[in-house]
Design a protein around this ligand. Sequence first.
Ligand code: ADP
Length: 400
Amino acid sequence: MKATQVLVLNSGSSSLKYQLLEMADGSRLASGLVERIGEQGTGRLVHTPAGGERRERALSVPDHAAALRAAGEELAADGTGLDSPRLAAVGHRVVHGGRSFTEPTLVDDRVLAEIERLVPLAPLHNPANLAGIRTARALNPELPQVAVFDTAFHTTIPDHAACYAIDADVAAAHRVRRYGFHGTSHAFVSRATAALLDRRPEEVNVITLHLGNGASAAAVAGGRCVDTSMGLTPLEGLVMGTRSGDVDPAVVFHLHRVAGMSVDEIDELLNSRSGLRGLCGDNDMREVVRRMDEGDGRARLAFDVYAHRLRSYIGAYFAVLGRVDAVTFTAGVGENASRVRTAAVAGLDALGPVVDERLNTAADRGPRLISPEYARVAVAVVPTDEELEIATQAFALVNA
Ligand code: ADP
């Protein structure tokens, strides 16, 4: 039997998301989620086979191994367990690959040790990702495990865009530089944009805007990333659901010295109580727009700050790229919120991107252009599919 399926695992600190994909046609065979791993009380598993009934059950999940075993049972019930000969590989989302990992990588002991060494750069994410890899490996040692890094697509960013202007020795000693995140999505979406324009990725320059709960922009020149808005951590850059994005670094000193807040409290403030939520109390863009339309001033300000930051980055990346062929929106907000798209390119006519409001507000779902024919710079909406991209990269690697 030919192995043509890939299991994609996205392992978080208390959750495990998975998808089984058939690589012959890129179709989704099943998806699922195990929640509350390692927490008090019982966990929960939700499993949905393609075209089948969603199954949900409570279960005990003391650790990632228990979670993956439970997911494996559900997958086996539909025909592809973790020991199935149909399975070609497991593709793992790994958040931080530092400068070490520029490509999808077949996991061995050396690779695990290197991901471990990067834990200080992603203390919440990399340990959870490692737990997922170790568990999958233990359950089926024969099966290739492929690590796909959120940072890999950004490793082509030149030093002049990746270096912070701080003491070079301190930066080097502590690996302080711009790494960027959401790379799998920016890679997928920039390539899909080239396809939408009927061009090869090497021929086009694209500004990609991944606007979900987390949000980042990337400048992609001929298929290679040359700048991105997230930095050492996913806190920098655009205004997000609960994260501040760019602030004057001295805000931290000020809050510490004047407000007496501890570093941990400021960390929590900037990551969890800022962004849209901090500005108006809601982190869901649907709520923000609804309230704004009812005349709520705080929601209006939150939306305006969000849009202003986006426009600033789009403008900056025109300067970084020199020539831009398309501006592309993706992820929850980017794919759905036509109002955000309108506001993001408003006033940028002189640079080239224009939105056609009829196309922008149409109920289409697939990859599409929302700019008029005459626009010098296309504006596109491309649904992101990080799982498909991880599976594609993993499958290509094991078949290389
Ligand atoms: P994540 O970053 O967690 O993967 P998503 O990419 O799914 O998140 O984006 C989630 C966000 O998308 C939600 O917080 C919500 O604000 C936004 N969103 C989803 N649907 C819509 C919509 N129809 N209109 C506006 N915003 C939406």
